[in-house]
Design a binder for this molecule. Sequence first.
Ligand code: 5GP
Length: 120
Amino acid sequence: GKPPYDDANIFARILRGEIPCKTVAEDAHALAFHDIAPQAPLHVLVIPKGRWVSAADFHAEAPAEAIAGFWRLVTMVARDLGLEESGYRILSNMGADAGQEVPHFHVHIFGGRRLGRMVP
Ligand code: 5GP
């Protein structure tokens, strides 16, 4: 079965306010903040406010309103950062083969430069 959610993970600690972050946007369902080690001029992480490790968990267990709110914040952030015209990339790592470091579901938003083709 899937591993249990680890309440000590770094994003859980950020959500509890135990660790600071540079907030970009927040609502009842999700939090967006700058990645601590940006891989592009704009590199923002968006996390749902719930205990989900993967996209599958989030989809299966989160209320529809939370899922809608999460994607609303992702697209709002991209728009508010001025990325709609230039373009941007959304990416999410799931599990070992993708190198997921933080076991709390999140998407990366990358933008602000030509990103090149994403290939494995
Ligand atoms: P993953 O590989 O799990 O998709 O990516 C985790 C991301 O979280 C990495 O890009 C990493 O730089 C970022 N990160 C890890 N710890 C922290 C932290 O304490 N604060 C912030 N803002 N980002 C973090």
